[in-house]
Design a protein around this ligand. Structure first.
Ligand code: FPP
Length: 272
């Protein structure tokens, strides 16, 4: 399959997979709506391995990864998650072969253009974190237009982490803080967690309660290091292009079965 064929096949609507639908619904029905995490963050991983397994070029894996984006967003909004943050392109990803980087940027533009009407109709607010100024012009402009168009939507915020890494974000925060100290907007004694949080790119967003990583890797890879201090981690061997609503529901069910102690004892949490 060449790239043009792959693209048209990819953007054609896919028929529902009926045998999985009942299983997915059954998982969804077991989720306690009162304890749904308000923010889920995902490290989407395994596009390259998926492509290799299917005898395709890496970009075909990324293109099929868009289905994982759709499924995770659909599942998250169906159960009332208010914030979904996806690690779409890390600072380190700039070091990949230039044709892969270009193809990924192109895919991002194409996907945003393709999906924006449906996102807007479903009241999805698009947002981005990371070094957005470093993105190619077309990518940045398409993204900014989509962000502006969906700014008033309230159902769920889909945040794409692009040219993002936590260490980049923390260095940026330290520079902002130093500048504010020099300009006498803050004194060192006033620096607290809130002051740090206000200088991160996630300002105004709640911390993720649940972090998912696909493809069997069990690493954080420089993602949201400050914000995931108390997040529950959920790893799955599923490769990102194969990620479906049912996997999100499984992760949320697992999350709901855990005891979140925030440094307290189990007794303190269960009998406050
Ligand atoms: C990790 O797989 C995935 C990425 C670096 C890119 C993620 C991009 C998408 C899912 C496509 C489009 C996204 C949006 C938001 C439109 P990998 O390449 O590291 O896989 P590997 O570890 O198997 O090589």
């Amino acid at each position: 399959m060449d790239e043009a064929q792959a693209l048209s096949a990819f953007f054609a609507p896919s028929p529902p997979v009926l045998e999985n639908a009942a299983h997915t619904e059954a998982l969804k029905a077991r989720i306690d709506p009162a304890r749904v995490p308000q923010h889920v963050a995902i490290i989407m991983d395994g596009n390259g391995r998926w492509a290799e397994q299917h005898g395709e070029a890496r970009i075909i894996g990324h293109m099929n990864g868009v289905q994982g984006v759709r499924e995770s967003l659909r599942g998250a909004s169906a159960i009332g998650v208010k914030w979904l943050t996806l690690y779409a392109f890390s600072t380190e990803n700039w070091n990949r072969p230039s044709d892969e980087v270009e193809a990924l940027m192109d895919l991002l533009v194409r996907t945003v253009v393709q999906e924006i009407d449906e996102l807007h109709e479903n009241s999805v607010r698009l947002h981005a974190i990371g070094d957005i100024d470093s993105l190619p012009d077309a990518c940045r402009e398409t993204l900014q237009q989509a962000i502006a168009r969906t700014a008033g939507n309230t159902r769920i915020t889909l945040t794409l982490a692009l040219s993002y890494s936590a260490r980049w974000e923390l260095v940026r925060m330290a520079r902002l803080m130093a500048r504010d100290a020099i300009d006498e907007r803050i004194i060192p004694e006033a620096i607290d967690e809130k002051a740090v949080g206000e200088r991160l790119t996630t300002k105004g967003m709640p911390d993720p309660e649940l972090l998912i990583r696909t493809s069997g890797e069990q690493r954080i890879s420089n993602f949201l290091l400050w914000q995931i201090a108390y997040a529950e981690l959920w790893f799955t061997p599923v490769l990102w292009p194969d990620f479906r609503e049912e996997h999100l529901f499984q992760a949320v069910l697992d999350y709901q079965g855990r005891e979140r102690r925030f440094g307290l004892t189990s007794k303190q949490v269960t009998h406050p």
